[in-house]
Design a protein around this ligand. Structure first.
Ligand code: NAD
Length: 495
């Protein structure tokens, strides 16, 4: 028996260490996309809530940034321990809020959120001033926390990405006004409760809920916000960059992608085929294809097509679409009925443009789903072939369980197609030839290239995209540097 879904909760903002509703009293209804049930109401915050949070964060900043780094790290570690203590409750909330399989939330999302908090607690202790010397001078670079950080996160990996932002901000000495996605506010609210339990001073972390165009827009244009770290869609990133420009706020934008998986023939030999197919299916369909790094264009060497494509379709059809609370489910619900309509429209458009469906292609038939989730937003994994690289489905992000298949004739052809979109987030290269892997990786225009793997991560390395996939990098030292201003103190030799 799966655990039962959540009773409806009343979510509040955390401002200055206290939980409060939106000042205007408005709320947003939050639904479980697998069942359609109301699971929470969240504050529909406006500019006046944002003002109160920014004021509180501004007041808390001087004391927080002058604490020894070890004291800030201790608080982050304590917070991580509290999330770990309640990991099952967090996993259930994340699954109910997003529709993702609870097994994924329990093994990836929440453990990674805990790891983010611990990672930056350790990283700040290993960081420090840098010193340079030459014949004339000695210079010390101090990294001084910027001030109030606006941390805005999306719905696909809610706690995972929210903690990925607030942990380095807090470790560096910034105070935070965080705004999680209005679609998935639950785990950020639960985290807010644990920050109070962990004893973070009031104002150091403020977590507000609300819609992007209202609360989000007020936050990014607020004159006392020093920097913005944002993960979300490319169009939203553009509007945030515009809002940040007049006050020269430092901005990190982690945006959309149209990531290629490049399958060379030597990865589709009888000995390699199954491992490659398994890897590509994981890259395409994990979290219902709603990971910014998901492979959404599968480029296949022409000579490997006949071996690879049927095996890929067969493996995709074996993915179990069903109740996210069943531990054996591979594919849960999309994040909302509204998002499902967008995904379905993109697939319908691809078919109208001449694409041929190899599997999927229409909303899951309710009669194939377990009773509890019959009215949920389920869309099966979908593979489409026959579209030229310039077709809409090969150029625009769909952000669902949909991938296209494109044949290529040569390595140069594959690279041209892979680089032929406005995005540049990540790529996967599937080959048994290490020299080729290195050569191809060196010319792909994207922030991360995974060889025969996907989403294998070392939190010390930077992650992010180029072109329309964003600006700046997160992770490791890059993240700590983002939240700090380098201030150089120079002493002339002999003075
Ligand atoms: P979104 O852009 O609609 O929303 C993201 C966040 O921004 C939400 O909290 C939202 O309320 C807020 N927001 C919206 N409008 C705003 C505005 N005008 N000002 C300030 N804040 C605003 O994105 P989404 O639909 O939640 O997430 C899906 C997108 O995120 C996809 O495009 C996906 O590729 C991208 N994403 C990128 C990465 C990455 O690391 N590059 C990771 C995950 C998701």
């Amino acid at each position: 028996m799966p655990p039962t879904s959540l009773p409806a909760r009343v979510i509040a903002n955390l401002i200055d260490g206290r939980f409060t509703p939106a000042r205007g009293g408005a709320t947003i209804s939050v639904y479980d996309p697998a069942t359609g049930a109301l699971i929470a109401t969240a504050p529909d915050s406006t500019a006046s809530d944002i003002d109160a949070a920014v004021e509180s964060a501004t007041n808390a900043f001087p004391a927080w940034r002058t604490l020894p780094a070890s004291a800030r790290a201790l608080k982050l570690r304590l917070l991580a321990d509290l999330v770990e203590r309640d990991i099952d409750a967090f996993a259930l909330a994340e699954s109910s809020d997003t529709g993702k399989p609870i097994a994924l939330a329990r093994t990836i999302d929440i453990p990674r959120a805990i790891a983010n908090l611990r990672f930056f607690a350790d990283a700040i202790l290993e960081d420090g001033a840098e010193a340079f010397e030459n014949a004339q001078s000695s210079s010390i670079i101090h990294h001084r926390a910027l001030g109030v950080a606006a941390c805005i996160s999306p719905w696909n990996l809610p706690l995972y990405l929210f903690t990925w932002k607030i942990a380095p901000a807090l470790a560096t000495g910034c105070t935070v006004v965080g705004k999680p996605s209005e679609v998935t506010p639950l785990t950020a609210w639960m985290l807010a409760e644990r920050t109070v339990e962990a004893g973070f001073p009031p104002g150091v972390i403020n977590i507000l809920h609300g819609r992007g165009p209202l609360a989000g827009a007020a936050l990014v244009s607020h004159p006392r916000v020093a920097c913005i770290t944002f993960t979300g869609g490319t169009a939203t990133g553009e509007s945030i960059a515009r809002a940040a420009a007049p006050t020269f706020k430092r901005t990190a934008l982690e945006l959309g992608g149209k990531n290629p998986a490049i399958v060379f023939a030597d990865a589709a030999t009888p000995a390699q085929l199954q491992a490659t197919v398994d890897g590509v299916v994981r890259a395409a369909f994990t979290n219902q294809g709603q990971v910014c790094h998901c492979a959404s264009r599968i480029l296949v060497a022409r000579e490997a097509w006949d071996a690879f494509v049927p095996a890929l379709v067969e493996r995709t059809l074996r993915l179990r679409v069903g109740d996210p609370l069943e531990p054996t489910t591979d594919i849960g619900a999309l994040v909302s009925g509204q998002h499902l309509l967008k995904v379905a429209a993109a697939v319908d458009g691809a078919v109208r443009d001449g694409g041929r469906l190899l599997c999927g292609g229409a909303r899951s038939d309710a009669s194939t789903l377990p009773e509890r989730v019959r009215s949920g937003a389920f869309y099966p994994p979908t593979l489409i072939e026959g579209l030229p690289p310039a077709a809409r489905a090969n150029q625009e992000e769909i952000f669902g369980p949909v991938a296209t298949l494109i044949p290529f004739e040569s390595e140069a052809d594959a690279i041209g197609i892979a680089n032929g979109t406005r995005f540049g987030l990540s790529a996967t290269v599937w080959t048994s030839d290490e020299t080729r892997a290195a050569r191809v990786a060196s010319v792909l225009d994207c922030g991360t290239v995974w060889i025969n793997s996907w989403m294998v991560r070392d939190l010390r390395v930077p992650i992010g995209g180029m072109h329309a996939s964003g600006l700046g990098r997160e992770g490791g030292r890059e993240a700590l540097r983002f939240f700090a201003e380098p201030v150089v103190v120079v002493r002339a030799k002999g003075k």
